[in-house]
Write a protein of this length. Sequence first.
Length: 376
Amino acid sequence: MALKICLVANTLYYPQGGGHRWVYLNWALGLRALGCQVIWLETVAPYTPMHVLQANTAVLKNHLGQYGLAECIALCPWTNETLPAEAMAECLDLDAVVEADLLLNLQYSLPPETVKRFRRSALVDIDPGLLQIWMSQGLVSVARHDVYFTIGETVGQPGTQLPDTGHQWHYTPPCIALDWWLQCPATEGASFTTVSHWYADEWMEEGGEGYANDKRSGFLPFLALPQRTTPPLELALCMQDDDDEWEILREHGWRTRYSWEVASTPRDYQQYIQGSLGEFSCVKPSCVRLQNAWISDRTLCYLASGKPVIVQHTGPSRFLPDSAGLFRFHDIEEAARLLEMVVADYEQQCRLARALAEEYFDARKVIGCVLERALP
């Protein structure tokens, strides 16, 4: 009999977040590729107006329907309140959902009373370092789970500066559903691209020092990069009409797009990535400071599509290469040099990118190992 896995996602309030939805889609499609029955569980924030909840649920069903998951959606409240019957229309009943063999929680803030109803539960940390800080500062309350996973190689390891949360963290790579991400040629006139939020209301405190933890802060030291390298660089940003900010980027040679123009749905996001030359991206400052060896789910989408990736270095890794399909830079001079290296050996680097995704991030392999540990 097929395993029934309840995947806790966090996309209900991102109706135009095609890339954000792929974070969870890769896990869901990987589970299904292993023969599992998948339930897609979303949490509902208190006081959400009914018309907003119904509209967002309809968008979610539409997006997931393209992958055969529209009938797999269930909703549960963040708190112990009961959702109105009209909110649950056409969604799975929570009483039936809790009969799943495993709760696979990528959302964190599921009520303890809900987690306890499942026979087995596993938390997957997709914000390595940050989650442990949030937990230690009381900003995120995580219910007790049977097992805890993290995509940060250094989390829970000796010698790190991260707070001890009292949990045993098991490392797992993030995953990519390779059957849905095929190697594709770049479109004519393509750029090295990335898709991202620009501003974020996220302020970090570390060692008595505070800093803004958003992509804008990560990119600022590299603002002049397009003027130092040959291949075009494009940013698809989730940013409102901040004309001054857009103009600063363009003056420095960046091509710019609104993210909702190119990535509002999972399919749009995929087409944008697969038409790119590759990915160039900086990271949030916390990833450099925490040295968590983080690699983004977005980067995996580029790699699986056969797109070489040049991204900022986030710390020593036991397996991530620095010059084979994936290149990791420390400063603007190195970033410019690596971009030229990739273009000069482009076809080979495309093949190496796909091979890297197949070797380390194949959802079947990754999720198979997670299930082996989570279901003794």
